[in-house]
Design a binder for this molecule. Structure first.
Ligand SMILES: NC(=O)c1ccc[n+]([C@@H]2O[C@H](COP(=O)([O-])OP(=O)(O)OC[C@H]3O[C@@H](n4cnc5c(N)ncnc54)[C@H](OP(=O)(O)O)[C@@H]3O)[C@@H](O)[C@H]2O)c1
Length: 284
């Protein structure tokens, strides 16, 4: 049996889709029954549990051999993932495919990357067998952009920062491969899209594909962070996003890796593929 955590989220959903297209039914962890129907529609069997409440994981992990582990970035992310690993060891899980992030390491500039490094290290030290997925930023993040356009203007702190963003569908396919076929233990997949694209060009190409003309204007990072905090985003995450913008602006995430090609035997999806498949959301 396979367990997919974060099943109602971005990559978890893509992992379920990719498993379904391989004819594999997985158990899908959701935090509340309200999300169960969503994962049922992806062909999975919902189970309810919370990584912040480790005893709630015992039932969902019973009989599980392999698991996909993902948690949203938060001050608790590493702690919750470490608790999941402990519960997984107790339940006899043999292989964990963990979603990490590009540049993960104990001395990384990004707090998100340092948090992932703690969990990566725990897997290396105490198991179970692991596969690490270290993707660059997701194209799917940009589906939030249409709602952020004000009077035809899209604001970003780093319009000219280019990075090799990746379609989360490709991450889902690599995860499904590692979860269902033997021989992927101990692999680290550095996953990017096929090219580095600046925020300005991302906006031009995505909105352009949807027939919209949207101007891109620069806004101070602090203004974005304050707006996020006012909207209820924890200060830790807002500061982490500030680090991420600076990381992108430095060019550190502009490299293109062969990760998707090596794993799947085909090139990664492009930003134009992504736009074509999301025209409705981009027009909204
Ligand atoms: N976004 C990017 O560009 C990017 C790039 C590289 C790496 N990453 C990494 O990707 C991860 C996020 O992946 P994602 O976008 O697939 O996640 P996501 O969509 O943000 O969230 C995944 C799911 O986790 C569930 N969840 C939250 N807290 C939980 C808990 N305590 N117990 C059980 N489930 C819980 C949420 O459930 P609910 O639906 O109930 O809230 C949500 O459905 C982060 O670790 C981030 O560092 C992101």
């Amino acid at each position: 049996m396979l367990l997919v955590t974060g099943a109602a989220g971005t990559t978890g959903g893509e992992v379920l889709r990719a498993l379904r297209s391989r004819g594999v039914t997985a158990r899908a962890l959701v935090r509340d029954e309200g999300k169960a129907e969503r994962v049922r529609q992806l062909g999975a069997e919902p189970v309810v549990g919370d990584l912040g409440d480790p005893p709630s994981l015992a039932g969902p992990l019973e009989g599980v051999e392999r698991a996909y582990l993902v948690m949203p970035a938060s001050p608790q992310q590493a702690e919750y993932e470490l608790a999941f690993l402990e519960a997984a060891r107790t339940a006899g899980v043999q292989h964990v495919v963990k979603l990490s992030v590009i540049g993960a390491g104990p001395d990384a500039a990004l707090r998100f990357a340092r948090a992932h490094a703690r969990v990566e290290q725990a897997l290396r030290d105490d198991g179970p067998a692991w596969t690490l997925l270290r993707p660059n930023g997701f194209m799917q993040n940009n589906l939030a952009w249409p709602a952020q356009v004000q009077d035809g203007v899209f604001y970003t702190p780093v319009p000219d920062a280019a990075f090799s963003l990746i379609d989360a569908r490709d991450i889902g396919e690599v995860a499904a491969l590692a979860l269902t076929e033997p021989g992927h233990e101990g692999e680290v997949h550095e996953l990017t899209g096929p090219e580095a694209v600046s925020y300005r060009d991302q906006a031009r190409r995505l909105f352009g594909a949807a027939g919209r003309e949207v101007e891109v204007r620069e806004v101070p990072i602090a203004a974005v962070q304050d707006a996020l905090v006012r909207a209820g985003v924890p200060r830790w995450n807002a500061e982490g996003l500030g680090e991420l913008f600076e990381f992108y602006a430095s060019g550190a995430a502009a490299g293109v890796t062969p990760g998707v090609q090596d794993a799947l035997g085909r090139p990664p999806r492009s930003l134009d593929d992504f736009a074509r498949d999301h025209l409705e959301e981009l027009r909204a």
